[in-house]
Ligand binder design. Sequence first.
Ligand code: GLY
Length: 364
Amino acid sequence: MTAATRITVGEDYDVLVGRDLLAQVGGLVPPRAERALVVHPQTLGTYADLAQSALQDAGLEVHRAQVPDAESAKTIATAVDLWDRLGAAAFTRTDVLVAVGGGTVTDLVGFVAATWLRGVAVVQIPTTVLAMVDAAVGGKTGINTQAGKNLVGSFHPPHAVVCDLSTLETLPPDDVRAGLAEVVKGGFIADPRILELIESDPRACQDVRGPVLRELIERKIRVKARIVSEDLTEAWLRETLNYGHTLGHAIEQAEGYRLRHGEAISVGMVFAAELARAGGLIDAELVARHRTVLDSIGLPTADLWGSGVESRFAGLLEAMRRDKKSRGALLRFVVLDGLASVTRLEGPSEDLLRTAYRQVSTRP
Ligand code: GLY
C-alpha cells in the first residue's frame, strides 16, 4: 500500500492524502480531546462508522449527528441543532468536531467548531474531490442566509484534514469531473504541471483508483496550502483562488444553484481568460488552452443555460456587482497575465466585459 502523503499548511496543520486513512483518525485529534462529535450525511454513515471506531479505539467518547448533504442545509437552524448537541454532551474547549462529507458539511461543521466556546478543534474528512482540494483546506467556514451563500462565517483553520481517496469510489463521475475544475484552476494560477497531466491523459485523471488523480489532488492541495499559509484572511494572495469565480458565482446564482460549482467556475475561467485577452494581457493560445483542458474532461466552456445573450449578460453583470468579493462599487476580477502569473483587473469597462462574455455565450 502506498504511504499517505503529508502536506503541511504553514506551521499549523497537516493534510493527509492516501487510501484507507479513516482508521488513523484517532491519532489525528488534539491529544487532550475526550469527546468527539462526528457529523455526516446519512449516505456517508459507513465512513462515519470507521471514523467513530478509530476515535473510540483512541479512548474518546464519540457522539454522532446527521446533517443533510445539501447547500440548503448549511443554515443557522442546522448550526443551532449541532450547538444544542454539543451543549447536551457537555463539550469543552479541548474536545473536537469531526466532519465527514462534501464542502457543505465541512463548511458547516467548521463554522460550528469556530463558534462553540469561541473556537474548538475540527478535523475535516472531505469525501469529494472539490472538498479535498478546496473547501476543507484553508479554514474558511460558513453558513448561508437569506442574503446569500457563505455571508456568515469565520476563518477557523482545521486541526487536521484527512483526504481518504477510498471515499471517492462512491462519488458520482459528474462530481469527480466538477471537482477537477478547481484542480484545473490550480494549474492555470500556479502549477502548470497539473495542466500537462490532464492533457496527457484526460481519462486517467478521472480514475478515482489511479495515481494520476491522486497526484492532481496533492498538487492542488499544495497550491492552496502555499497560498493560505501566506494569506489566511484574503488580503490579496488568497483572492487568486477566486480565479473564474466572479462570473461562476453569478451563473450559479442565476441558475438557482442547480449547477455543480465546478461547472459554473469552468465557464467562469474561460470568461476570465477571454477578459484577459480582451484587455491585452494574454494571447489567444492561452485562452484556447483553457477550453481544451476543460473540454477534455467534459466540463462546460460556455454559458448556454440562459437565453438571450444581452439580457443574460445584464443579469450576470448585476449579480457580479453584488459579489461579496467586490470592493464598494468597483468590479474586480482575478485574471492571468501569463501562465501561472496572476493579476487583478479592477473596474473593467462594461464593453470589455460584454466582449469577453460574448465569447462564452455561444456553443464552442
Ligand atoms: N475557496 C477559495 C478559498 O478558500 O479561498
